[in-house]
Design a protein around this ligand. Structure first.
Ligand code: BDR
Ligand code: CA
Length: 311
Protein backbone atom coordinates (compact mmCIF):
# COMPACT_ATOMS: atom_id res chain seq x y z
CA UNK A 1 0.00 0.00 0.00
CA UNK A 2 1.59 3.31 -0.91
CA UNK A 3 0.77 6.87 -0.03
CA UNK A 4 -0.93 9.01 -2.65
CA UNK A 5 -2.10 12.60 -2.77
CA UNK A 6 -4.76 13.43 -5.36
CA UNK A 7 -4.99 16.85 -6.99
CA UNK A 8 -8.41 17.25 -8.59
CA UNK A 9 -10.87 19.68 -10.25
CA UNK A 10 -13.86 17.52 -9.41
CA UNK A 11 -15.92 16.93 -12.41
CA UNK A 12 -17.31 13.49 -13.23
CA UNK A 13 -14.14 11.58 -14.11
CA UNK A 14 -12.33 13.14 -11.14
CA UNK A 15 -15.11 11.77 -8.93
CA UNK A 16 -14.60 8.35 -10.51
CA UNK A 17 -10.84 8.65 -9.92
CA UNK A 18 -11.35 9.59 -6.26
CA UNK A 19 -13.67 6.63 -5.71
CA UNK A 20 -11.23 4.27 -7.46
CA UNK A 21 -8.25 5.47 -5.41
CA UNK A 22 -10.10 5.42 -2.09
CA UNK A 23 -11.48 1.94 -2.73
CA UNK A 24 -8.22 0.48 -4.01
CA UNK A 25 -6.50 -1.65 -1.35
CA UNK A 26 -3.16 -0.84 -3.02
CA UNK A 27 -3.35 2.89 -2.20
CA UNK A 28 -3.46 4.97 0.95
CA UNK A 29 -5.03 8.34 0.03
CA UNK A 30 -3.45 10.75 2.52
CA UNK A 31 -5.18 13.85 1.20
CA UNK A 32 -6.92 15.54 -1.71
CA UNK A 33 -6.19 19.02 -3.02
CA UNK A 34 -8.60 20.91 -5.26
CA UNK A 35 -8.15 23.36 -8.12
CA UNK A 36 -10.24 25.36 -10.60
CA UNK A 37 -10.78 23.55 -13.91
CA UNK A 38 -13.92 21.63 -14.77
CA UNK A 39 -15.68 23.99 -12.33
CA UNK A 40 -14.58 26.91 -10.11
CA UNK A 41 -12.42 25.80 -7.18
CA UNK A 42 -15.13 26.25 -4.50
CA UNK A 43 -17.38 23.96 -6.47
CA UNK A 44 -14.56 21.42 -6.98
CA UNK A 45 -13.98 21.41 -3.21
CA UNK A 46 -17.68 20.98 -2.46
CA UNK A 47 -17.95 18.12 -4.97
CA UNK A 48 -14.86 16.45 -3.52
CA UNK A 49 -16.24 16.59 0.01
CA UNK A 50 -19.52 15.16 -1.26
CA UNK A 51 -17.80 12.26 -3.04
CA UNK A 52 -15.88 11.45 0.15
CA UNK A 53 -19.15 11.40 2.09
CA UNK A 54 -20.61 8.97 -0.44
CA UNK A 55 -17.54 6.80 0.04
CA UNK A 56 -17.71 6.99 3.83
CA UNK A 57 -14.18 8.41 3.72
CA UNK A 58 -14.65 11.76 5.44
CA UNK A 59 -11.41 11.25 7.38
CA UNK A 60 -9.38 12.08 4.27
CA UNK A 61 -8.32 15.75 4.49
CA UNK A 62 -9.28 18.06 1.61
CA UNK A 63 -7.28 21.24 0.97
CA UNK A 64 -8.69 23.93 -1.31
CA UNK A 65 -6.34 25.37 -3.92
CA UNK A 66 -5.90 27.87 -6.70
CA UNK A 67 -8.84 29.67 -8.25
CA UNK A 68 -7.11 30.79 -11.46
CA UNK A 69 -4.00 30.16 -13.57
CA UNK A 70 -0.70 31.44 -12.21
CA UNK A 71 0.18 33.96 -14.90
CA UNK A 72 -2.88 34.82 -16.98
CA UNK A 73 -6.67 35.17 -16.68
CA UNK A 74 -8.75 31.96 -16.81
CA UNK A 75 -9.72 30.55 -20.20
CA UNK A 76 -12.81 28.39 -20.54
CA UNK A 77 -11.38 24.98 -21.41
CA UNK A 78 -14.14 22.66 -20.24
CA UNK A 79 -17.59 22.81 -21.83
CA UNK A 80 -20.40 22.08 -19.36
CA UNK A 81 -21.73 19.39 -21.71
CA UNK A 82 -19.39 16.82 -20.13
CA UNK A 83 -19.53 17.55 -16.41
CA UNK A 84 -22.64 19.71 -16.04
CA UNK A 85 -22.68 23.30 -14.73
CA UNK A 86 -21.71 22.18 -11.22
CA UNK A 87 -19.42 19.31 -12.09
CA UNK A 88 -21.32 16.17 -11.09
CA UNK A 89 -23.72 15.98 -14.03
CA UNK A 90 -27.16 17.21 -13.06
CA UNK A 91 -26.88 15.94 -9.49
CA UNK A 92 -27.89 18.30 -6.71
CA UNK A 93 -27.05 17.64 -3.05
CA UNK A 94 -27.02 19.47 0.28
CA UNK A 95 -23.84 21.16 1.46
CA UNK A 96 -21.42 18.55 2.80
CA UNK A 97 -20.89 18.48 6.57
CA UNK A 98 -17.13 18.32 6.16
CA UNK A 99 -15.00 21.40 5.54
CA UNK A 100 -11.62 21.79 3.86
CA UNK A 101 -8.59 22.07 6.13
CA UNK A 102 -7.30 25.59 6.73
CA UNK A 103 -3.98 24.95 4.92
CA UNK A 104 -4.12 25.92 1.23
CA UNK A 105 -3.53 23.16 -1.33
CA UNK A 106 0.05 24.06 -2.35
CA UNK A 107 1.22 24.27 1.28
CA UNK A 108 -0.63 21.05 2.09
CA UNK A 109 1.21 19.24 -0.74
CA UNK A 110 4.56 20.55 0.52
CA UNK A 111 3.79 19.48 4.11
CA UNK A 112 2.84 15.95 3.11
CA UNK A 113 5.81 15.45 0.78
CA UNK A 114 8.21 16.71 3.48
CA UNK A 115 6.55 14.52 6.09
CA UNK A 116 6.95 11.31 4.02
CA UNK A 117 10.15 11.79 1.98
CA UNK A 118 10.33 9.61 -1.18
CA UNK A 119 7.04 7.95 -0.22
CA UNK A 120 4.33 10.14 -1.72
CA UNK A 121 2.95 9.67 -5.23
CA UNK A 122 1.14 12.76 -6.44
CA UNK A 123 -1.68 12.06 -8.87
CA UNK A 124 -2.66 15.30 -10.63
CA UNK A 125 -5.83 15.17 -12.71
CA UNK A 126 -6.64 18.85 -13.12
CA UNK A 127 -4.67 21.95 -14.18
CA UNK A 128 -1.15 21.88 -12.71
CA UNK A 129 -1.52 25.22 -10.91
CA UNK A 130 -1.35 23.90 -7.32
CA UNK A 131 1.74 21.82 -8.03
CA UNK A 132 3.51 24.67 -9.81
CA UNK A 133 2.76 26.94 -6.84
CA UNK A 134 4.12 24.26 -4.47
CA UNK A 135 7.33 23.91 -6.50
CA UNK A 136 7.83 27.69 -6.61
CA UNK A 137 7.35 27.86 -2.87
CA UNK A 138 9.42 24.78 -1.90
CA UNK A 139 11.62 23.52 -4.78
CA UNK A 140 13.06 20.76 -2.59
CA UNK A 141 9.84 18.75 -3.03
CA UNK A 142 11.11 17.85 -6.52
CA UNK A 143 13.65 15.48 -5.00
CA UNK A 144 11.46 14.43 -2.09
CA UNK A 145 8.41 13.24 -4.05
CA UNK A 146 8.31 9.57 -5.06
CA UNK A 147 6.50 10.04 -8.37
CA UNK A 148 4.17 12.52 -10.05
CA UNK A 149 1.49 11.05 -12.31
CA UNK A 150 -0.17 13.70 -14.47
CA UNK A 151 -3.36 13.25 -16.47
CA UNK A 152 -2.78 15.79 -19.19
CA UNK A 153 -1.42 16.53 -22.63
CA UNK A 154 -1.62 14.87 -26.02
CA UNK A 155 1.69 14.06 -27.65
CA UNK A 156 0.65 12.15 -30.75
CA UNK A 157 -3.11 12.30 -30.32
CA UNK A 158 -5.45 15.18 -31.22
CA UNK A 159 -6.27 17.70 -28.52
CA UNK A 160 -9.69 17.83 -26.91
CA UNK A 161 -10.45 21.40 -25.84
CA UNK A 162 -8.37 22.82 -28.72
CA UNK A 163 -7.06 21.36 -31.96
CA UNK A 164 -3.81 20.27 -30.33
CA UNK A 165 -4.26 21.04 -26.64
CA UNK A 166 -5.65 18.89 -23.87
CA UNK A 167 -7.89 20.64 -21.31
CA UNK A 168 -5.79 20.29 -18.13
CA UNK A 169 -2.59 21.55 -19.74
CA UNK A 170 -4.45 24.23 -21.73
CA UNK A 171 -6.03 25.56 -18.53
CA UNK A 172 -2.64 26.64 -17.20
CA UNK A 173 0.10 25.98 -19.78
CA UNK A 174 2.76 27.98 -17.91
CA UNK A 175 2.17 25.94 -14.76
CA UNK A 176 2.41 22.70 -16.76
CA UNK A 177 5.67 23.83 -18.40
CA UNK A 178 7.12 24.74 -15.00
CA UNK A 179 6.22 21.30 -13.62
CA UNK A 180 7.54 19.41 -16.67
CA UNK A 181 10.85 21.31 -16.63
CA UNK A 182 11.31 20.97 -12.86
CA UNK A 183 13.32 17.74 -12.95
CA UNK A 184 10.72 15.87 -10.88
CA UNK A 185 9.98 12.22 -11.81
CA UNK A 186 6.87 12.59 -13.99
CA UNK A 187 4.69 10.07 -15.80
CA UNK A 188 2.31 11.64 -18.30
CA UNK A 189 -1.04 9.92 -18.82
CA UNK A 190 -2.32 11.91 -21.78
CA UNK A 191 -5.02 11.62 -24.42
CA UNK A 192 -2.66 9.26 -26.31
CA UNK A 193 -3.75 6.56 -23.88
CA UNK A 194 -6.86 7.85 -22.11
CA UNK A 195 -8.81 8.13 -25.37
CA UNK A 196 -8.21 4.41 -25.90
CA UNK A 197 -10.15 3.61 -22.72
CA UNK A 198 -13.90 3.48 -22.54
CA UNK A 199 -16.73 2.96 -20.12
CA UNK A 200 -19.88 2.07 -22.04
CA UNK A 201 -23.59 2.14 -21.23
CA UNK A 202 -23.53 -1.62 -20.59
CA UNK A 203 -20.85 -1.07 -17.91
CA UNK A 204 -22.97 1.61 -16.30
CA UNK A 205 -25.85 -0.86 -16.38
CA UNK A 206 -23.72 -3.34 -14.36
CA UNK A 207 -23.34 -0.66 -11.66
CA UNK A 208 -27.09 0.00 -11.75
CA UNK A 209 -27.86 -3.68 -11.30
CA UNK A 210 -25.48 -3.85 -8.34
CA UNK A 211 -27.80 -1.22 -6.86
CA UNK A 212 -25.75 0.03 -3.88
CA UNK A 213 -25.75 3.71 -2.84
CA UNK A 214 -22.30 4.10 -4.36
CA UNK A 215 -22.93 2.28 -7.64
CA UNK A 216 -26.21 4.20 -8.21
CA UNK A 217 -24.32 7.47 -7.71
CA UNK A 218 -21.52 6.38 -10.07
CA UNK A 219 -24.04 5.26 -12.67
CA UNK A 220 -25.96 8.57 -12.51
CA UNK A 221 -22.95 10.86 -12.92
CA UNK A 222 -21.38 8.64 -15.58
CA UNK A 223 -24.59 8.52 -17.64
CA UNK A 224 -24.51 12.31 -17.79
CA UNK A 225 -20.85 12.24 -18.86
CA UNK A 226 -21.59 9.71 -21.58
CA UNK A 227 -24.30 12.10 -22.81
CA UNK A 228 -21.55 14.70 -23.30
CA UNK A 229 -19.53 12.22 -25.35
CA UNK A 230 -22.60 11.39 -27.43
CA UNK A 231 -22.90 15.07 -28.40
CA UNK A 232 -19.21 15.81 -28.83
CA UNK A 233 -18.15 12.64 -30.62
CA UNK A 234 -21.16 12.05 -32.91
CA UNK A 235 -23.01 9.34 -31.11
CA UNK A 236 -20.17 7.68 -29.14
CA UNK A 237 -22.03 5.67 -26.48
CA UNK A 238 -19.26 5.61 -23.93
CA UNK A 239 -16.82 7.90 -22.18
CA UNK A 240 -13.06 7.93 -21.85
CA UNK A 241 -11.68 7.25 -18.36
CA UNK A 242 -9.08 10.02 -18.27
CA UNK A 243 -8.59 10.59 -14.54
CA UNK A 244 -9.18 6.99 -13.40
CA UNK A 245 -6.38 5.83 -15.73
CA UNK A 246 -3.93 8.08 -13.87
CA UNK A 247 -4.95 6.34 -10.63
CA UNK A 248 -4.57 2.95 -12.33
CA UNK A 249 -0.96 3.76 -13.20
CA UNK A 250 -0.27 4.26 -9.47
CA UNK A 251 -1.98 0.95 -8.67
CA UNK A 252 -0.36 -1.10 -11.43
CA UNK A 253 2.22 0.54 -13.72
CA UNK A 254 2.26 -2.57 -15.93
CA UNK A 255 -1.07 -1.41 -17.40
CA UNK A 256 0.77 1.13 -19.57
CA UNK A 257 3.81 1.31 -21.79
CA UNK A 258 5.97 4.39 -21.35
CA UNK A 259 8.60 6.14 -23.41
CA UNK A 260 10.95 8.74 -21.89
CA UNK A 261 10.70 11.96 -23.92
CA UNK A 262 12.02 15.52 -23.96
CA UNK A 263 8.70 17.31 -23.54
CA UNK A 264 7.75 20.98 -23.65
CA UNK A 265 4.53 22.94 -23.54
CA UNK A 266 4.04 25.40 -26.41
CA UNK A 267 3.56 28.79 -24.76
CA UNK A 268 3.56 30.92 -27.91
CA UNK A 269 1.76 29.21 -30.78
CA UNK A 270 -1.34 30.82 -32.24
CA UNK A 271 -2.90 27.45 -33.05
CA UNK A 272 -0.94 25.34 -30.61
CA UNK A 273 -0.81 27.33 -27.37
CA UNK A 274 -0.97 24.74 -24.56
CA UNK A 275 0.09 21.83 -26.78
CA UNK A 276 2.50 19.25 -25.35
CA UNK A 277 5.35 18.89 -27.84
CA UNK A 278 7.94 16.10 -27.69
CA UNK A 279 11.17 15.86 -29.65
CA UNK A 280 10.83 12.42 -31.22
CA UNK A 281 13.82 12.64 -33.55
CA UNK A 282 16.14 9.65 -33.11
CA UNK A 283 19.10 12.00 -32.73
CA UNK A 284 17.46 14.23 -30.12
CA UNK A 285 20.14 15.04 -27.55
CA UNK A 286 17.90 16.78 -25.00
CA UNK A 287 17.57 14.80 -21.79
CA UNK A 288 14.16 13.15 -21.45
CA UNK A 289 12.18 14.87 -18.69
CA UNK A 290 8.89 12.97 -18.76
CA UNK A 291 7.85 9.31 -19.11
CA UNK A 292 5.02 9.55 -21.61
CA UNK A 293 2.44 6.76 -21.70
CA UNK A 294 2.20 5.50 -25.26
CA UNK A 295 0.24 2.26 -24.83
CA UNK A 296 -2.40 0.90 -22.48
CA UNK A 297 -3.98 -2.47 -21.75
CA UNK A 298 -7.40 -0.86 -21.85
CA UNK A 299 -9.48 -4.01 -21.30
CA UNK A 300 -7.55 -5.10 -18.19
CA UNK A 301 -7.71 -1.57 -16.77
CA UNK A 302 -11.46 -1.12 -17.43
CA UNK A 303 -12.37 -4.41 -15.82
CA UNK A 304 -10.23 -3.68 -12.76
CA UNK A 305 -11.80 -0.21 -12.48
CA UNK A 306 -15.40 -1.46 -12.73
CA UNK A 307 -14.82 -4.33 -10.33
CA UNK A 308 -13.06 -2.18 -7.72
CA UNK A 309 -16.16 0.00 -7.58
CA UNK A 310 -18.71 -2.84 -7.67
CA UNK A 311 -19.49 -2.46 -3.95
C1 BDR B 1 -9.27 16.15 -18.47
O1 BDR B 1 -10.12 17.28 -18.57
C2 BDR B 1 -11.14 17.22 -17.62
O2 BDR B 1 -12.37 17.60 -18.18
C3 BDR B 1 -11.18 15.82 -17.11
O3 BDR B 1 -11.58 15.81 -15.75
C4 BDR B 1 -9.77 15.33 -17.28
O4 BDR B 1 -8.99 15.61 -16.15
C5 BDR B 1 -9.27 15.43 -19.80
O5 BDR B 1 -8.75 16.26 -20.79
CA1 CA C 1 -9.99 16.33 -14.05
Amino acid sequence: MHRVLLDVDTGVDDALAIAYAVRSPALDVIGITTCFGNVPVDCATRNTLHVLERLGATGIPVAAGEAAPLFHPPMRAYPAQFHGEKGLGDLTFPDPEGKPVSTPAAAFMVDQIRRYPKQVTLICVGPLTNLAAAILHAPEIISLVRQIIVMGGAVGAAGNCRMHAEANVYSDPEAAQLVFQSGAPITLVGLDVTMKTELGLEDVQRWRERDSDLTRFLADITSYYIGGYRQAYSGREGCALHDPLAVAVAIDPSLVEVQPMALQVDLEGIHSYGRTVADLRPRCTDRPNVDVCTGVDAKRFQEHFIQTLMI
